[in-house]
Design a protein around this ligand. Structure first.
Ligand SMILES: Cc1cc2nc3c(=O)[nH]c(=O)nc-3n(C[C@H](O)[C@H](O)[C@H](O)COP(=O)(O)O)c2cc1C
Length: 162
């Protein structure tokens, strides 16, 4: 079942986001996530899920605020780096601080500045529901970073597969 489930989930192509926080010491830290979903327009809500075994779980539980950064195709290296176990640190030159004191990654296709609206323990993941305070988007023609069957994938920004 596990094998089938992983591969069935993997056949759902997604975008890739980095969820970022400022930790208790003020450092920017982030994790690469593809379980992101839009949830509601009114009120403005989104969700994402973090593995209960993640070393970042406590830091995210303690943070009242987080950002969701939608990655562009040029940000594959950043995606890989923030998917490695470790300190998940984001360098000062890689981000700006938003109006709601969240970490906004340079070069992202969209940012959502969120407060933690709710968390739900769901199986082996913790689901975070973000209340969106501000959404920013880039309207330049740039390709998104996509993920499909365990690999990065590309799509033309106009929507036609490459
Ligand atoms: C494209 C991609 C999507 C990912 N999506 C998720 C996800 O939705 N939830 C999750 O818990 N981990 C996800 N991961 C894995 C985490 O990024 C990674 O396992 C985690 O950061 C490992 O370090 P940690 O134990 O320090 O958290 C994803 C990894 C990649 C490369």
């Amino acid at each position: 079942m596990h094998f089938e489930l992983r591969n069935a989930f993997g056949n759902f192509g997604t975008g890739v986001v980095v969820i970022a926080i400022r930790d208790a010491a003020g450092n920017a830290r982030g994790v690469t996530i593809n379980s992101f979903s839009s949830v509601s327009l009114e009120p403005a809500l989104l969700s994402w899920c973090l593995d209960n075994k993640s070393d970042m779980l406590e830091a995210f539980k303690q943070s009242q605020r987080f950002s969701v950064n939608v990655l562009a195709a040029t940000q594959q290296e950043l995606s890989n780096r923030l998917a490695q176990p470790g300190d998940h640190l984001i360098a000062p030159e890689e981000y700006q601080i938003g109006a709601h004191d969240t970490v906004l990654l340079q070069g992202a296709l969209a940012h959502f500045e969120c407060h933690c609206h709710d968390t739900l323990q769901v199986g082996d993941h913790l689901m975070f529901i973000g209340g969106i305070d501000v959404a920013h988007f880039c309207d330049e023609k740039r390709d998104p970073l996509l993920y499909f069957r365990g690999n990065y994938a590309a799509i033309d920004a106009k929507g036609a597969a490459k």
